[in-house]
Structures are given as structure tokens and as C-alpha cells.
Design a protein around this ligand. Structure first.
Ligand code: NAD
Length: 293
């Protein structure tokens, strides 16, 4: 039986002392940390994610300074909104909720965010800092995975890691973070040959694919640590109710793994927690505060 890497519980622990810190800082410095989530249009999944982020801010006392803009908003108007958030001294973190409507160039818009307020860690400057091993804001999902491994004393040092997926959001940065933590990572993707052979060599296997139950028992080395990043919504045809499942066949893989993240309650919970941590760290940098660990 594998150890369950309980992201929800660890996220709660990380946040347990933050509310008190933020209240103290608010008294001392006259304002709480501020996060601006920019959402454009009405994508229902995005709206649910934004609501989740705003609720999490509220629980900790972080100010939500976001804007919800209509679907047809022009590139210029959004660019203007980002530039004015860059200048706003109450805003420590800016996040543009993706995906943006098709008429908008998200790469160009993300590049307008002040890198020191880029709490999603997707700005080229922050990705460059990650490649160079310099301090900077790290993208939330891979950062959350590293904090989860740390919380369970799972050291990547010397381990063979295989990452399935090579996106900017998850695959590439988690590979680089595992490398920085002294693992030996390999990236696999949709064109990889003999994928199972490769994944069976992994001491740490990260699945960031977006295909439900993709990783089968046959693809896993007994005793491996399994990180399931996938979030797939599966609707029940009869009830119409949706449930979330991961990229790993949890029921089959859990009995042979040494540790595994559940979906939901694993990596996803850590992602939101890291967004708040990044906002707090940006606030502390700006106000010259040394945050509690
Ligand atoms: P993406 O679509 O950008 O990338 C998917 C990757 O999977 C690609 O690099 C592709 O090469 C690889 N892939 C596709 N088919 C494959 C195959 N047959 N064999 C091997 N590799 C294959 O997706 P993403 O943004 O990286 O997200 C991946 C999953 O993680 C999605 O389910 C997404 O919803 C989820 N996600 C979760 C969180 C979280 O907080 N838990 C955050 C971001 C993304």
C-alpha cells in the first residue's frame, strides 16, 4: 500500500500560520498582500478556478483585486489593465487566467506582467531564472509538487525521474526543478518511443498529460513515487454529475507504488497554496519583510 501524499492536508498546514502573519503585517504596514486575477470571458472551468482562488485569498486575508472583463475585450484594453496593475502599489501578484479567448495573444500579454509580480511564474524572466538556478517566482504546480515531496521527506537526490508531458505550465518546469534537486530527469511526450520501458525505470514518475487513467500498473516500477498532475472531468451520462480523475489509474497503481498523490486532493490543492505563497513572498520582498518559513 502506498503512502498517500495528501496535498490538501499539507496545503492547510502551510496556510495555518499565514492568516496570523497577514493580520500582523496589515497592522504594521497598513495593507495586506494583494492578488489580482484577470479573467476574460466566461469559460465555466476558468470561472470556477478563479472563484476558488478568490475564496482561498479571503480565508487568509489576502486582498482580491482582480477584474473580470467581457469576452470581446480587446488586446489593447487587457494590456492596459496589466500595465496599470504593474503600477498599483497594493498589488503584489498578477495572474492572467488561461485560456484566454482566441482573439488574444496570451504569450504577448503574459510577457507584459512585471516579473516580480508574476505569481504564476510563467513570465520568460522567471522561467529563465529557473533555468539558471536563480531565485525567482516559480510556477505554482511544479513548485507545489516540490513542496509536497519535501513535506513527506522524499528526497529527489540521485533518483531517476521521468516526467510525462513537456508543457511550459507543468512538464518542463517540474523537470528542471527535479534536476535542481539533484534528480536525473527524463522528459517523455506524445512522440516518445517505448514509453512504458522508460516509465518503468522511474523512481519518481510525474504524469502531466491530460488523459484519464493513462498510466497503468504495467508502466510503473514497484516502489516508485507517483505524482499525478492530471485533472480530467468525467461526466456521468445518467446523473450529469462530473467527477475529477487523474492521469494515473489510481486503483491499479496505488498497491505497487511507495507513495502517490490522489486526484482530487493532491497536486491541485498544492497549486492554489503556492499561488498564495508566491503572492506573500512578493509582498514580503516589496516591503522588506523576512517571512516566517
Ligand atoms: P498540455 O496539453 O499542455 O500537455 C500535455 C502533454 O502530454 C504534452 O506535452 C504531450 O506531449 C503529452 N502527451 C499527450 N499525449 C501523450 C501520450 N499519448 N503519451 C505521452 N505523452 C503525451 O497539458 P498541461 O497543461 O501540461 O496539463 C496536463 C494535465 O495536468 C491536464 O490534465 C491539466 O488539466 C492538468 N493540470 C493540473 C494542474 C494542477 O494544479 N493539478 C495544473 C496544470 C495542469
Amino acid at each position: 500500500m502506498a503512502q498517500i501524499l495528501d496535498g490538501k492536508a499539507i496545503a492547510k498546514q502551510i496556510q495555518a500560520n499565514r492568516a496570523a502573519d497577514i493580520q500582523n503585517w496589515q497592522t504594521q504596514y497598513g495593507r495586506p498582500p494583494g492578488l489580482a486575477v484577470l479573467m476574460v470571458g466566461n469559460n465555466p472551468a476558468s470561472a470556477a478556478y478563479v472563484r476558488g482562488k478568490e475564496r482561498a485569498c479571503e480565508r487568509l486575508g489576502i486582498a482580491s483585486l482582480g477584474q473580470h472583463l467581457p469576452e470581446e475585450t480587446s488586446y489593447e484594453a487587457i494590456a492596459q489593465a496589466i500595465l496599470s496593475l504593474n503600477q498599483n502599489s497594493n498589488v503584489d501578484g498578477i495572474l492572467v487566467q488561461l485560456p484566454l479567448p482566441n482573439h488574444l495573444d496570451s504569450t504577448a500579454l503574459l510577457a507584459l506582467i512585471d516579473p516580480d509580480k508574476d505569481v504564476d511564474g510563467l513570465h520568460p524572466t522567471n522561467l529563465g531564472r529557473l533555468v539558471r538556478g536563480e531565485p525567482g517566482l516559480r510556477s505554482c504546480t511544479p513548485f507545489g509538487i516540490m513542496r509536497l515531496l519535501e513535506a513527506y521527506d522524499i528526497s529527489p537526490t540521485g533518483k531517476r525521474a521521468v516526467v510525462i508531458g513537456r508543457s511550459i505550465l507543468v512538464g518542463k518546469p517540474i523537470g528542471l526543478m527535479l534536476l535542481a534537486a539533484n534528480a536525473t530527469p527524463t522528459f517523455a511526450h506524445s512522440k516518445t518511443q517505448n514509453l512504458s520501458e522508460l516509465t518503468r525505470s522511474a523512481d519518481i514518475l510525474v504524469a502531466a498529460i491530460g488523459i484519464p487513467n493513462f498510466v497503468s500498473k504495467e508502466m510503473v516500477k514497484p516502489g516508485a513515487v507517483i505524482i499525478d498532475v492530471g485533472i480530467n472531468r468525467i461526466e456521468n451520462a445518467e446523473t450529469g454529475k462530473a467527477r475529477l480523475i487523474g492521469d494515473v489509474d489510481f486503483a491499479a497503481v496505488e498497491p505497487i507504488a511507495s507513495a502517490i498523490t490522489p486526484v482530487p486532493g493532491g497536486v491541485g490543492a498544492m497549486t492554489v497554496a503556492m499561488l498564495l505563497e508566491n503572492t506573500i513572498s512578493s509582498y514580503c520582498d516589496r516591503l522588506n519583510i523576512t517571512p516566517n518559513p
